[in-house]
Ligand binder design. Structure first.
Ligand code: SAH
Length: 259
């Protein structure tokens, strides 16, 4: 049974949006919290699982609109724990993937506050479910890379594009909507074929969920015209072809192995 003494902190993964994708552990911790600090991407039906007496504090960040900076969030969490609260820090997806978990873990540990992580379903898994597709594919995508394309204002992305341009990998690009033109141009420059399949998934697992298939050279256009305001993931690689195309590629590979 999960241990949640007063004065301790849990970093809890809220999953991609659909409340049914919460783990049972997450639901229990949310119900036990006396204070909960939550992100912008956590929906109301998940917040409703908190006790009526719990204090809910929005510390959300969406790119360009940082309502609280990271060190303020670290401080709030630690102060709440030191005053004897049961603290849940609720984060979208999995707390350990592009979730600034390290800063919060370090701040708690430095203050002598007990802190643990409850994992969540990450956006890439929800996006695959939305597409009805596998992120990995025998013979075609043996590697799955999670990368963030979020750069600080006015700075370049500073990614190692030649490493990312791997035709045998699926690339899951988090926070990549604004950077879609750069992602497309740099990957093609680094040798990835212009017709590499791309899937765009917006608001995976939520009622507003939408997904599109395109190709790497057309990605900027698709990102600009097809996506709305929801969080979106770019998935790049052979495994992301439309289902009938993946089927064709798989049987081709099967034939090759059979020969
Ligand atoms: N810790 C989170 C990621 C935080 S970064 C996780 O594990 O999923 C925020 C980015 O995640 C967004 O910019 C978007 O790229 C992606 N994202 C989060 N929720 C999403 C959703 N429901 N559908 C598509 N992408 C999502």
């Amino acid at each position: 049974m999960t241990d949640f003494p007063p004065g301790s902190v849990w970093l809890v993964g809220a999953g991609p949006g659909d409340a049914e994708l919460l783990t049972r552990k997450a639901e229990r911790l949310i119900g036990l919290a006396t204070v909960m600090f939550y992100d912008a991407l956590v929906g109301p039906d998940i917040l409703e699982m908190a006790a009526r007496s719990a204090r809910l504090v929005h510390v959300g960040k969406r790119s360009g609109r940082h309502s609280k900076d990271q060190s303020t969030i670290d401080k709030l969490i630690v102060e709440a724990a030191l005053s004897g609260e049961k603290v849940v820090r609720l984060k979208g997806g999995d707390p350990a993937i592009f979730g600034r978990a390290t800063e919060e873990l370090d701040a708690c540990r430095a203050a002598g506050v007990g802190v643990q992580i409850c994992p969540g379903v990450t956006a890439a898994s929800a996006a695959a479910a939305s597409l009805g597709a596998s992120l990995t594919l025998r013979g075609l995508a043996r590697k799955l890379t999670f990368v963030t394309a979020h750069a600080r204002a006015g700075e370049d992305l500073k990614l190692n594009w030649s490493r990312l341009a791997d035709p045998e990998a699926t690339l899951a690009v988090y926070m990549g909507k604004a950077a879609a033109p750069e992602v497309s141009a740099r990957l093609i420059e680094a040798g990835l074929p212009a017709d590499t399949p791309v899937a765009l998934v917006e608001s995976a697992s939520l009622p507003a969920e939408r997904h599109f298939h395109t190709r790497l050279d057309l990605l900027p256009l698709a990102a600009r015209t097809a996506l709305g305001d929801g969080p979106a993931l770019l998935l790049i690689g052979a495994a992301m072809a439309r289902p009938e195309e993946v089927e064709g590629a798989v049987s081709e590979i099967a034939e090759r192995f059979a020969r």
